[in-house]
Design a protein around this ligand. Sequence first.
Ligand code: GDD
Ligand code: MN
Length: 250
Amino acid sequence: MASRKSSQPKRESRDKYSVLLPTYNERENLPLIVWLLLKYFGEGGYDYEIIIIDDGSPDGTLEVAEQLQKIYGKDKIVLRPREKKLGLGTAYIHGMKHATGNFIIIMDADLSHHPKFIPEFIEKQKEGGYDLVSGTRYQGNGGVYGWDLRRKLISRGANFLTQVLLRPGASDLTGSFRLYKKNVLESLVERCVSKGYVFQMEMIVRARQLNYTIGEVPISFVDRVYGESKLGGNEIVSFVRGLLTLFATT
Ligand code: GDD
Ligand code: MN
């Protein structure tokens, strides 16, 4: 082959993916989700780290995380615990500050979000150079499994209300399985005012306002087998309050 001397190959492998895993009482789920993440990142040959943000879980999640760090190494498993339960939104922000990747993946630790979709997120992002890629339960092969009617109605209702009020141009607004360019996530976080579950919705609404490009990947969301959801009446009230605030201010 002719002179390739200075050819700086465009090495995609320079990309690094930081996964943020917020945990609250996920002792049973953590070893499996971590194992699956390692499997899919390993198979894809991607560079990655897993940042576990535990909020003082009484069930000993942090001890399990420490064991996993011993097994898989400190470069792969990063622990950024906090003293007590301070909410999902601030857990992401806290984790993000410690991320060394140029991409950040946000997902639940309870196996509702399957790591097998991550390579699809990554490929989708590369394909369109998207600022963020959002997993969607409401498009293509996406779906929800194991939720009762109440929970389905809450999710559909939250999405519907937000679609009508804010027209954000994405099909799943309350989902939280997403990949962001790190600088994009940082700029979104700066602008976000909400702290609880409503955070996910605000993030995508703000992304649209700032003209960030959004790719979507259909995902199946499977309800957790171990432990229980932390979404209660309080979170629903604060979701609606957050939605109305956004409606009034944007
Ligand atoms: N560190 C930390 N602190 N983690 C938390 C906290 C907290 O205060 N609250 C929840 N988590 C963790 C859980 O351990 C889990 O890994 C993840 O955040 C999601 O919490 P779940 O309690 O399992 O949420 P869910 O299944 O009811 O809700 C899911 O679906 C919603 C609607 O689609 C999540 O994906 C939500 O983000 C989403 O809005
Ligand atoms: Mn869950």
